[in-house]
Design a protein around this ligand. Structure first.
Ligand code: SF4
Ligand code: SF4
Ligand code: ZN
Length: 471
């Protein structure tokens, strides 16, 4: 692909030397064509894990996948990629790291469309417009409101959702996204339909919170259709601090978000704070957790390292290189900021797809105190029952085989009140710099495309010419 003259070709970091853990297929960060790649462990104290590839046209490039190898889980896809000599499909990148892929998509070789893989979460873009213009928007949503909103009809959205339900038997988590989904002209009708649907277990609403905070009539209509146990908001929230707000969103929206949180507390509608993490707000990861812990209806924080997709791409001049963050950076920042409330052992990979696709942790709210889950359970030993779930619940923890122990009793009590648990979720989506085809091949987070087919979230938003061409 020729590079437009306005785009500076990034200076590519040199290839590291080190122990090759596996081979896979990545992408050239300049032309985005597929390239053979190696995952390499290098250095010590801490060792880190690096993805290196070489484009025939643009030369070598490397990117750190884990700044601390304890937070990289070696899970191989194609057996011919195996390079470390182990016979299984998963092994450890460091002696401390738990196992690799176990779940429903462990053996999956996903090919687009992704019908053959289990879908833990299905996302549908409800509108193609937004009332904000975040410079980092992965969906690259055009600004628009009122009659300028571009949106598929309610019937089109229902058809596509029903198509997935017919083919897959049901949807565990349906995520309404956009753009800003609350701008859809028939938003409340759509939400009410999804909440009442017997084959949709749970609905997540991705929102920037502007309409909830600002429009009383909109909020009251939401109150009227809310169904406890079926709906949660994913509220865009980039920390309680001033740093990075304008850079990420083009405006300081903290007041609006707090209004939205306050309003949701009235019903209450549970919510997760969704934080895009950059080098500029990394030091406030724990502040965000602490902020969330103040609200009983805030059930956790989802951290997403900024990646290059949509507006945050080299095409628009926004780049996260060389300041790219990875899962290890966020875990280490959260633990350091907590001054003892949170421990490294509180985090474990979710093994339903590739274990590097999602890392999860829990804090417990007990009588006004915040406790590390590792005070009660070896959280890394719970892989077996986490294997097929993004949306696991306190009651799943009670099924970890320790019902007869004091811990089992303790966890069963949490079932009575989900607000006792506070979930931390790290979701490192991929772009050309971090692309590992093995992860795509077992992806469990799918977009319902405009043609009704399923696609990997990372693949759909990658903007790679060949992935767009298949739409
Ligand atoms: S990131 Fe969300 S709120 Fe921001 S422009 Fe994109 S869709 Fe809108
Ligand atoms: S969308 Fe990307 S990060 Fe998420 S499961 Fe799929 S490949 Fe992994
Ligand atoms: Zn290239």
């Amino acid at each position: 692909m020729p590079i437009p003259p306005s785009i500076a070709v990034p200076r590519l970091p040199p290839l590291p030397t080190g122990e090759v853990l596996k081979r896979t297929t990545s992408r050239c960060p300049v032309c985005r064509r597929p390239c053979p790649a190696e995952v390499v462990r290098e250095g010590q104290n801490p060792a880190r894990v690096v993805l290196r590839r070489e484009c025939p046209e643009h030369g070598p490039a490397s990117m750190v996948l884990a700044s601390d190898a304890r937070f990289y889980w070696l899970a191989k896809g194609d057996p011919s990629n195996a390079s470390c000599g182990c016979s299984g499909g998963a092994c450890r990148a460091s002696d401390d790291a738990p196992t690799g892929t176990l779940g429903r998509n462990a053996a999956g070789r996903g090919t687009a469309p992704f019908e053959s893989l289990a879908t833990c979460l299905a996302l549908i873009e409800v509108v193609d417009s937004c009332n904000l213009a975040c410079p980092t928007c992965y969906a690259d949503s055009p600004v628009g409101a009122g009659s300028a909103v571009r949106a598929p009809s309610l019937a089109n959205l229902q058809d596509r959702i029903e198509g997935v339900i017919r083919r897959k038997g049901g949807i565990e988590i349906l995520q309404l996204s956009g753009g800003e989904p609350t701008l859809h002209p028939e938003f409340h009708a759509l939400l009410a339909w999804t909440l009442a649907h017997p084959r949709i277990d749970y609905v997540l609403l991705n929102t920037n919170g502007v309409r909830i905070a600002r429009e009383t009539a909109f909020f009251e209509a939401l109150r009227a259709i809310h169904r406890p146990g079926k709906l949660q908001l994913y509220l865009q929230f980039d920390g309680p601090q001033e740093a990075e707000q304008r850079k990420l969103r083009g405006a300081d929206l903290r007041e609006i978000r707090e209004q939205a949180i306050q309003r949701c507390a009235e019903i209450p509608i549970p919510l997760t704070l969704a934080m895009t993490v950059t080098r500029g707000n990394l030091g406030h990861v724990w502040d965000t957790i602490e902020y969330g812990l103040r609200w009983p209806h805030v059930r956790g924080v989802s951290f997403q390292p900024a990646f290059e997709s949509g507006r945050g791409s080299p095409v628009t001049g926004m780049t996260t290189v060389p300041d790219r963050l990875n899962t290890a950076d966020i875990v280490l920042a959260a633990v350091a900021g907590s001054r003892g409330s949170l421990r490294l052992e509180d985090f474990t990979p979710l093994p339903c797809g590739d274990p590097n696709c999602a890392v999860i942790g829990y804090l417990l709210r007990l009588g006004g105190a915040v406790r590390s889950i590792s005070d009660f359970v070896d959280f890394r030993e719970v892989q077996g029952f986490l294997r097929d779930k993004i949306r696991y619940q306190p009651e799943d923890l009670a099924r970890c085989g320790c019902e007869s122990e004091p811990l089992g009793d303790l966890l069963k009590r949490f079932e009575l009140d989900a607000s006792n648990t506070f979930r931390l979720f790290i979701k490192p989506f991929m772009d050309a710099w971090t692309w590992d085809q093995d992860r795509i091949d077992r992806c469990c987070t799918h977009v319902i495309r405009p043609d009704g087919q399923l696609d990997s979230f990372c693949r759909y938003y990658s903007g790679f010419p060949d992935t767009r061409a298949s739409l």
